[in-house]
Design a protein around this ligand. Structure first.
Ligand code: C2E
Ligand code: MG
Ligand code: MG
Length: 674
C-alpha cells in the first residue's frame, strides 16, 4: 500500500469504526499488543515456509495445511495494517509517520480535530513549518536522537493551530527500521496538553499571586528579592531597594465602606501603585542582564498582606532614587479614588530598606522595610522613612518589650499607683488618678515606657481591666475607712484601643457592679484626640458610658486639635488642662493667658477644671485666683502606692492648700518613685 492509498483507506475506515473514541483510547495498548503478536506469528510463518525442505517426508501430509496457514497469515498481514489504521485513525492523540528526510508520510485525522488543518494542508507544508520557531531546534534534535537510538525522549513543544493560536504538544517518537537496521521512518505520537498546561500554570500562578489584585504574593516577592540579593553579591555595584507600603487608616475605610468596597479600593490602589512604578524613568533599570531579569523588571510590586504592598526597585543608582519613588507613590495616591460612589483619598506610610547592608537576606530586608514603615507611621503617617541600624535596635527592643509585657501581665507585675487630686475649694484630697506602674525585675517602670506598646498590641485591655477592678475595690475600702462628703473619687484613663472596644460600657458596668462602687465615684479620662478621631462614634460611646452614671473628663486638654465648642456636644463633666501649660505658668505669661481663657470657657460650658502638673505654690495661687476647681501635681503628691495613700488619707482633714509650707512638708513625706 503506498502512502496515498494508506491515507485514503485511513479515511474510509475511520467512519466504519465506533465513534466512541474515548473507549478505544483505553484499549489502545491491547490493540498494539495484538499487532505485535500478529507480527511475530507472521515472522514464524515465513520462516517455516522458507525452510519447508527440511521436512520432505511430511510434505504431502502438511501441504494442504500449510497452504491454508499461509492464506490465513496473508489475512493477518492485511489485519496488521488495518490494525495500525484502526488505532491511529481513532486515537485521540495525533499520530504522524515521517520519512527519515522529514517528509510527511501520514497524519492521523486527530490533526484536523486538534489543529484544524486538513490532510491537504498538512501535505502541502513541511512537518517543521507549524512548530514554534523557538522550539524547532529541540524538535529536530529529539527526532535525530530517535533516529539513532530507536526511541526519542518525551518532548514538549508549541505548534500553531490553524486559527493562529499556539497549542502545546507532548510528543514521543519511535523509529521504524528496515532489515538492515536503518531507520526508515519515525512514528510520532503527539498529545495535546494545552489545557493541562494551562491548568498547571493557573495553579502555579495562584500559588504565587494574590487573588484580589493579581499581584505577586509574599512568597513570589521574597523569591524575586532573594534573586536580587544573590545578584548584588556577585556585582558589587548592583544596588536595589525594598519599599514597604501600608495604607494609612485602611481599617477605617474598610469598616465604613464595607468589605466589598474595601476590596475594590485595594484593587484600585494596586493599579495606582503599578502605574506609579511603570512611569519611573529616573530609575535606571537593570544593567546587569541575567536570563530572567526581563521578568523581574515587570513584576516589582506585590501585595503581601491586607493593605500592605511591597516594591522591589532594582539596580538603583542611589538611595535617593528609592525616596523619589516613594514620594511619587505618595503623590499619586493623593488623587481621589472612587469607592461606593464616594471620592476617597488614601495616604500611605512607606518604609525603605536598601541593599547596602552586608549579609542581609531577602526576609531581613523585607523586615527592615517594615520596621521603617512603622517608624514612618508613628512619625505621623503619609510619610516615608529609610531603615537604619538604630531603627533595628529599637525594633528589637520593642519586640522584647512586647514579650516582657505579656509575661509581666501573666505574672501580675502591674501595680496601681494613686495620685491625689485636691479640691482647691476645700483644700482636701477629693480623689485620685489611678496610674499603672510595672514592677519589673526590681525596678519600677513608668507608663511612658509601656502604655503605647500595650495599646498597640491590645495588651492594654486585660491590663486596664485589672487596674480598674483593683482601683474600684480600693476606693470602696477607702470610702469605708475615710468617709467624706462628697465621697472620694477615682479617675481612670481610657486609651484609643479601649475606646474602640465595642463592649467598653458593658465591661465597666460589670466591674462597677462586681466591686459595688457607686458609679458617681468613678471618672473616666479620655484624651481629646481620641474623641476627635471619629466625633460621631465618640459621642455615641460617651453617651453609653454616661448612662452608667460615671463622670467623664477630657484629659491632656490643649495638646490636641479640638476646640471647646466642638466638645460641647459630648456629655462631659470636667476638663483636665495638660501639665505643659501649668508647669510653665510662672515663667510664661502667654501660658497664663491660655490657662485663664481655658478655665473661663470651660466654666461657661458648665465644666469643672482640673489643673494637671501643679508643682509650685505660685501655680497653685494663680489657679485659685482663676477659680480652678481642682489641682493635681507634685506640689501635693507624686503618684504613690495604696499604703502611702492610706497614710495620707488619715491626715486628710486640713486644708493643705492654705498652709503651703506645711503642704510642702506633707508631700515630701511621700516617697519618690524613681
Ligand atoms: P495622664 O493621664 O495625663 O496622667 C498624668 C501624668 O502626669 C502622670 O504620669 C503623672 O505622674 C504626671 N504628673 C502628675 N503631676 C505631675 C507634676 O506635677 N509634674 C510632672 N512632671 N508630672 C506630673 P504617668 O503616671 O507617668 O502617666 C503618664 C501617662 O500614661 C498618663 O498621663 C496616662 O495617659 C498614661 N497612663 C498611666 N497609667 C495608665 C493606665 O493605667 N491606663 C491608661 N490607659 N493610661 C495610663
Ligand atoms: Mg489621665
Ligand atoms: Mg493628662
Amino acid at each position: 500500500m503506498d502512502e496515498q492509498d494508506f491515507q485514503q483507506d485511513s479515511h474510509s475506515s475511520a467512519e466504519a469504526v465506533s465513534p466512541d473514541v474515548r473507549q478505544l483510547d483505553r484499549h489502545e495498548w491491547w490493540l498494539w499488543g495484538f499487532a505485535v503478536t500478529v507480527t511475530l506469528v507472521l515472522t514464524v510463518g515465513i520462516i517455516s515456509l522458507t525452510f519447508t525442505g527440511l521436512h520432505p517426508q511430511q510434505e504431502d501430509a502438511h501441504s494442504f495445511d500449510l497452504k491454508e496457514w499461509v492464506r490465513r497469515l496473508a489475512g493477518l498481514v492485511a489485519a496488521r495494517d488495518q490494525l495500525f489504521q484502526l488505532i491511529s485513525e481513532n486515537a485521540a492523540d495525533m499520530i504522524a509517520v515521517v520519512a527519515s528526510d522529514g517528509r510527511r508520510l501520514y497524519n492521523s485525522p486527530a490533526y484536523q480535530k486538534i489543529l484544524g488543518y486538513s490532510q491537504e494542508e498538512l501535505k502541502a507544508t513541511s512537518s517543521l513549518e507549524q512548530i514554534h520557531p523557538n522550539d524547532r531546534q529541540r524538535v529536530l534534535e529529539a527526532a535525530e536522537k530517535a533516529r539513532c537510538t530507536g526511541r526519542g525522549e518525551r518532548l514538549e513543544y508549541r505548534i500553531r493551530h490553524k486559527d493562529g493560536s499556539w497549542r502545546i504538544l507532548e510528543s514521543t517518537a519511535t523509529a521504524i527500521r528496515n532489515a538492515k537496521g536503518e531507520t526508515e521512518r519515525l512514528v510520532i505520537v503527539n498529545r495535546d496538553v494545552t489545557e493541562r498546561k494551562r491548568a498547571e500554570e493557573l495553579l502555579a500562578h495562584s500559588a504565587l499571586h494574590d487573588r484580589l489584585t493579581n499581584l505577586p504574593n509574599r512568597a513570589l516577592f521574597l523569591d524575586r528579592l532573594q534573586h536580587s540579593v544573590t545578584l548584588s553579591r556577585r556585582h558589587s555595584n548592583y544596588k536595589f531597594a525594598v519599599l514597604f507600603i501600608d495604607i494609612d487608616e485602611f481599617k477605617v475605610f474598610n469598616d465604613s465602606l464595607g468589605r466589598v468596597a474595601g476590596d475594590d479600593l485595594l484593587i484600585q490602589i494596586g493599579r495606582r501603585l503599578t502605574a506609579s512604578l511603570r512611569g519611573i524613568d529616573t530609575i535606571s533599570r537593570s544593567q546587569v542582564v541575567t536570563e530572567d531579569s526581563e521578568q523581574l523588571i515587570d513584576d516589582t510590586l506585590a501585595r503581601v498582606g491586607g493593605d500592605e504592598f511591597t516594591v522591589l526597585l532594582e539596580d538603583i543608582r542611589d538611595p535617593s532614587d528609592a525616596i523619589r519613588v516613594a514620594e511619587r507613590i505618595q503623590n499619586r495616591l493623593t488623587i481621589p479614588l472612587l469607592a461606593n460612589g464616594q471620592e476617597i483619598v488614601v495616604a500611605a506610610s512607606i518604609g525603605i530598606a536598601l541593599s547596602t547592608t552586608p549579609g542581609t537576606e531577602a526576609e531581613d530586608l523585607l523586615r527592615d522595610a517594615e520596621i521603617a514603615m512603622y517608624r514612618a507611621k508613628r512619625a505621623g503617617k503619609a510619610r516615608c522613612e529609610v531603615f537604619d541600624v538604630a531603627m533595628y535596635a529599637h525594633a528589637v527592643k520593642r519586640l522584647k518589650l512586647e514579650t516582657d509585657l505579656r509575661k509581666g501581665l501573666e505574672l501580675g507585675e502591674f501595680r496601681v499607683f494613686y495620685q491625689p487630686i485636691v479640691s482647691l475649694e476645700s483644700g482636701k484630697i477629693a480623689g485620685f488618678e489611678a496610674l499603672s506602674r510595672w514592677q519589673r525585675a526590681g525596678e519600677l517602670v513608668m507608663p511612658g515606657e509601656f502604655i503605647t506598646v500595650a495599646d498597640e498590641t491590645g495588651l492594654i485591655l486585660p491590663m486596664n481591666r485589672a487596674l480598674l477592678r483593683e482601683a474600684c475595690q480600693q476606693l470602696r475600702s477607702w470610702h469605708f475607712q475615710f468617709p467624706s462628703e462628697p465621697a472620694l473619687a477615682i479617675s481612670a484613663n481610657i486609651t484609643a484601643k479601649q475606646f474602640a472596644q465595642p463592649d467598653l460600657a458593658k465591661e465597666i458596668g460589670l466591674i462597677l457592679s462586681q466591686t459595688g462602687l457607686d458609679p458617681h465615684s468613678l471618672q473616666l479620662e479620655i484624651t481629646e484626640t481620641i474623641t476627635m478621631a471619629d466625633a460621631e462614634r465618640a459621642g455615641y460611646v460617651l453617651s453609653e458610658l454616661k448612662a452608667l452614671g460615671v463622670g467623664l473628663g477630657i484629659d491632656d486638654f490643649g495638646t490636641g486639635y479640638s476646640s471647646l465648642s466642638r466638645l460641647r456636644r459630648f456629655p462631659i463633666d470636667t476638663l483636665k488642662i495638660d501639665r505643659t501649660f501649668i508647669s510653665n505658668l510662672g515663667s510664661d505669661s502667654e501660658n497664663g493667658e491660655i490657662v485663664r481663657i481655658i478655665i473661663m470657657l470651660a466654666h461657661n460650658l458648665g465644666l469643672k477644671v482640673v489643673a494637671e502638673g501643679t508643682e509650685t505654690e505660685e501655680q497653685l495661687k494663680y489657679l485659685k485666683q482663676l477659680d480652678c476647681e481642682m489641682a493635681q501635681g507634685y506640689f501635693f503628691s507624686k503618684p504613690a502606692d495604696q499604703e502611702t495613700i492610706s497614710k495620707l488619707l488619715a491626715g486628710n482633714h486640713k486644708d493643705i492648700t492654705a498652709t503651703t509650707r506645711l503642704g510642702s512638708v506633707w508631700w515630701r513625706m511621700v516617697p519618690f518613685e524613681s
